[in-house]
Design a protein around this ligand. Structure first.
Ligand code: SF4
Length: 384
């Protein structure tokens, strides 16, 4: 890029920031009557539509983005998983003799284990660093730009301070068109805790100064699920977790993952692996609180039911446990069996619910007489 083109780029970015600097959220966008600000329904619907459309055309959109982004000889680093990403990062860091890095708290950095990686490489955190890890919220397919939220031009300054810039973004974080940037930005402003006051539409200028990583890390598994894939529209605002009655009790620890709460219940079995994470789709009470506060209207409750149906159909639940449940159901729905003596019922149930099944569960205490017998007795007493 020539000096004059570079200068024009700086001017353009600055004017975009200036234009948006004092922009406040459109009052109709936010309903403050609720504890958790809820976006105006039409605007929510519109953004959900934009994101869903971008997702449905993801293959095409990624190609479009690549064409535009790489037009000046730039390259995209496609990473299948975090091993892929970290090994490429390692070679960049070694080649460029990086000693310090600047980064923020970000779910994607946590997901790929960036902080641990940097510690192992003995790369220290610094505000003025050799490498800046800068959060880009989304890619814009038809222009090849990166959309970066900014606060007081801090990201703008970093992008232009002469250090190496590294962007890590999920393969699903993409919108088709620049025309939808305003809708996306307004939603980000409404849900943001950080008080952004502008955004940058960034397109790198030198290939050895900016590195873009687009990470899959299980997302394509989710894309293959025709119904569940809408969960990839998640903006990671964390609102659903705040209103979830189960999450309020168990917190994030049991998930042992960066994705937690209601949206974690949907995506984790696909982002990780079904066997290790299918159980999270069963912790939900299906109250639907999460759907009411989601800024992009993800039908979380329905998706959890979809997951359960899918696991069942594909025998994705433990076969031994499944047969235990079936035997248990057969027993408790048989009046003849339930009317047997307490000792006999106990014995039979213990046999049905194998030792392995009872390892983590206590046997439910049984009534001395079955409810059927109790009912008959109460009727007899009444008629006396
Ligand atoms: S599912 Fe919706 S409410 Fe939950 S984190 Fe994602 S965008 Fe926020």
């Amino acid at each position: 890029m020539s000096d004059s083109a570079y200068f024009k780029f700086l001017q353009d970015s600055k004017s975009i920031i200036d234009e948006n600097k004092n922009k406040t959220v459109d009052a109709s966008l936010v309903d403050n009557t609720n504890d958790c600000k809820i976006l105006d329904t039409n605007k929510k619907k519109y953004l959900a539509f934009v994101l869903q459309k971008s997702l449905e055309e993801l293959d095409e959109n990624l190609l479009k983005f690549e064409n535009k982004y790489c037009r000046k000889g730039l390259k995209i680093n496609w990473a299948v998983d975090y091993d892929d990403l970290l090994s490429e990062l390692h070679s960049i860091m070694s080649k460029r003799k990086v000693k310090t890095a600047y980064y923020t708290k970000h779910y994607l950095y946590e997901e790929v284990g960036l902080e641990d990686f940097l510690k192992k490489q003995k790369i220290k955190y610094s505000e003025g660093a050799d490498v800046n890890f800068i959060e880009a919220q989304t890619l814009i397919a038809d222009t090849g730009n990166l959309f970066i939220l900014d606060n007081d031009m801090s990201n703008f300054k970093r992008l232009n301070d002469g250090s190496i810039n590294i962007f890590i973004i999920g393969v699903e974080q993409l919108i088709s068109s620049l025309a939808d940037v305003e809708a996306y930005y307004n939603t980000q402003l409404a849900i943001s805790q950080k008080g952004y006051n502008g955004y940058i539409l960034y397109h790198p200028i030198k290939k050895d100064k900016d590195y873009l990583f687009i990470v899959d890390n299980g997302r394509s598994n989710m894309l293959n699920m025709q119904r569940q894939r809408v969960a990839l529209n998640c903006l990671h605002c964390g609102r659903c977790a705040k209103v979830c009655p189960v999450y309020s009790v168990i917190g994030s620890e049991p998930y042992n993952n960066v994705f937690t709460g209601p949206i974690g219940n949907v995506v984790l079995p696909f982002f990780e692996d079904v066997d290790s994470y299918k159980h999270v789709s069963y912790v939900c009470l299906l109250c639907g609180n999460c759907e009411k506060v989601c800024p992009v209207s993800i039908p979380i409750k329905d998706l959890i039911i979809e997951n359960r149906t899918y696991f069942r159909k594909t025998k994705g639940i433990d076969i031994p446990m499944n047969s235990n449940y079936l035997a248990y159901k057969k027993f408790v729905t048989s009046r003849k069996k339930m009317n047997k003596s307490k000792i006999l019922r106990n014995m039979l149930l213990n046999k049905i619910l194998s030792k392995a099944f009872r390892k983590k569960r206590k046997m439910p205490p049984l009534e001395k007489k079955s409810f059927n017998k109790q009912y008959i007795l109460s009727l007899q007493n009444e008629n006396k």
